[in-house]
Design a protein around this ligand. Sequence first.
Ligand SMILES: Cc1ncc(COP(=O)(O)OP(=O)(O)O)c(N)n1
Ligand SMILES: Cc1ncsc1CCOP(=O)(O)O
Ligand SMILES: [Mg+2]
Length: 419
Amino acid sequence: MKVTREDMQLYAVTDTQWLNGRDFYEEIEKVLAAGATFLQLREKDSTHEEIVKKALAIKPIARRYGVPFVIDDDIYAALEADVDGVHIGQSDASYETARELLGPDKIIGMTVKTPEQAANAARLGADYVGMGAVFHTSTKKDAKDLSRDNLLKLTAMLDMPIVAIGGINYDNCDYLKDTGVDGIAVVSAIFASDDCSEATRKLYKKTRKLFNYNKNIIFDMDGTLVDSMPFWKNSAREYAILRGAKLPKNFDEITGVMDLSEYAAYLQNVLGIDTSLEQITEAAVDIMNKHYASDIPAKKGMIKLIRREYEAGSKLVIFSASDTSSVEILLKRLEIYECFEGIYTVYDVGIGKSDKESYKKVARSAGMDISDTWVYEDILRGVRAAHNAGLKVCAVYDKDSADDWDEICSIADKCIITG
Ligand SMILES: Cc1ncc(COP(=O)(O)OP(=O)(O)O)c(N)n1
Ligand SMILES: Cc1ncsc1CCOP(=O)(O)O
Ligand SMILES: [Mg+2]
């Protein structure tokens, strides 16, 4: 698993001691939902068995949010729980031992405090480094403070993802601007807060600007933002009933595999309904627009994600295979219309989503730089085309594409599973 600089933006490190009786897993879920970009399980008072148990419980949560998840110190727990990797310091297992045990694909992060350690991390090929403590902290009393000058010296030596740690919070993190670090790792600034969601959301917004992670997002609508596929499938039935057809028992089975022109021919030739492709297309939009206006549900967490990105300054557009009117109706109903700067459909772009040129054209028209742009998409052909266009892809799980999920995840840069 490759770590990016962007993954370092807001690195959350757990510590049950700060929780004050709040539920550990609920708080972790809140932190990930609010935008933490990396997660480390660091429980200094837990036994190996307890760490494995906790890691196994956290792993599916981190997977759902597509956030890399590592364990502090315990390389055997990382192996047993099969998490994404481990973070090792100078008094933990060596990089070589960790790599041999965990294999080439797992993440190995290292603590670096001196030029020798920095050179060593570079030589060994660590996936990222953590540097600190940049401020004195009660979370790790034995951590020596790292001066700004020394931090600058260390970051200048390294060309890899770097995260600063130690006593960092919302009010003092500006200190890290232009130091060469790619983000902040925090324990108490998140987990000691009474409201972990709000603390994370505020830090996410602030660090996005601080570390210049400008983000453009091209969002798909059906299957990504909303759970509309079942409604689309049912629209064929709704139209046939509207036109007075007597439906055979296996109607859904027969029409489920048809495209619109095959469906038109079936209605005309088999069910004897006087209709045309144009009429069906128009009727489908009408039927679906009623649902977009009333009962198609947003996928779990998506509204929050869109609001978070909008508030953090991302530029968002929709690229849909549905009609513009449908997109507008839905976004207004979900009260996220103002979050999007543009709506593009395959009809006005003139190219389908299987063709990488469609995504390039949307990015160009929206004034988005390909290297800064993410595509959120649920279908394999869209994921593949967007990836081939050079865009970063966040795949969103949809049960309609369940059979393609493994292949989708082998292509996408990030995969999230919404309810
Ligand atoms: C991201 C990150 N950076 C540094 C550390 C510190 O690791 P280490 O020096 O091994 O100290 P302990 O955390 O084990 O007390 C870290 N955990 N994470
Ligand atoms: C793990 C670690 N390594 C250096 S300081 C530190 C603890 C950071 O905790 P906090 O963010 O609460 O200061
Ligand atoms: Mg350690």
